[in-house]
Design a binder for this molecule. Sequence first.
Ligand SMILES: [Zn+2]
Ligand SMILES: [Zn+2]
Ligand SMILES: [Zn+2]
Ligand SMILES: [Zn+2]
Length: 359
Amino acid sequence: METYTCICGNTLFFENSRCVQCQRLVGWCPGCDRITSLLDLGNHQYQCGHSDCQILLTQCHNYQVHQICNRCIANEAVSTSPALCDYCQYTDIIPDLSVPGNHQRWYELEVAKRRLLYILEILQLPFGNNQPDFNPPLSFDFKGDIILKDALWRTVGQGKRIFTGHANGKITINIREADDDVREQLRVDFNEAQRTVVGHFHHEIGHYYWQLLVKERWLGHFKDMFGDHENPLYSEALERYYASGPPRNWQQEYVSAYATMHPWEDFAETFATYLDMVSVLHTAIHHQDANATAYVQETEFDDMVAAYKRLGILLNELNRTLGLIDFIPEILTPPVIKKLRFIHDLVHAAQNINHSVPI
Ligand SMILES: [Zn+2]
Ligand SMILES: [Zn+2]
Ligand SMILES: [Zn+2]
Ligand SMILES: [Zn+2]
């Protein structure tokens, strides 16, 4: 992730919608692909504050009305009413905003989703939602459990539980994952090294790319590397995992305990770790004043892994200095690195596939 500069000289971050120094509105400009100062032209019209761009902009509806987005749309590209930005168009279902706290939960989820889509674009990975030849189309549902009031339990049943997961291009996230206390409790209950909202997106998009990229073209390679996804059946593997846990010494072959559950989960966990690695390196390289995007697109896999390991030692030690959990808990053993290389090769091959580019 990069940082940006306000017209007043202040540093801006990817999440910002207002400069804390000059109080100007700021937002993402699709003309120059930067967070930019928004010059107010009146009547909800803005101009990009970068002198080398200056295009006319409209705020995304979710920015202007709900303050959960910070992206703008080039005026000539406004085609929907309400005008939703390129990223908000991927969200099909938003939380019930009449429930206290759901606005903040929605905000947290959209922030993480924007980071996900940004890194997918940096990696030139295909994704799409309304192009006719794009199968499966990508979309997101952010939904909460339906908890019935006590008095209604007996008459109306058990309510409805929402499971975070992926099915046929649809990524569903249970909005309770946006609550720090709930998520941390789940992390402890499931004995996970980390549990973050961004991490959920990095994992679930792995399932999406399995369907988009692996299923048709890479299935033989996939089975050689991760095992047969049809044997055992997913439901059996799930039951077994929650009954008896991961095998001993799983760290030698797998990136996480959950990855041992089934080849699909191994793939998604490895894919998530690859996105973690690329996102962290992209940020680190940017802060060394180098071309971060060229780095993650062009650097040899072995060099990236070596850089990530070096950085991981530093970051883990820094976290331990302050008593925080490890920044990079994964142990990159040779079998894990082999699987990561599979993801790397898959990502690079996908860059050359002629999918329609997202809107
Ligand atoms: Zn400013
Ligand atoms: Zn611009
Ligand atoms: Zn938006
Ligand atoms: Zn999964």
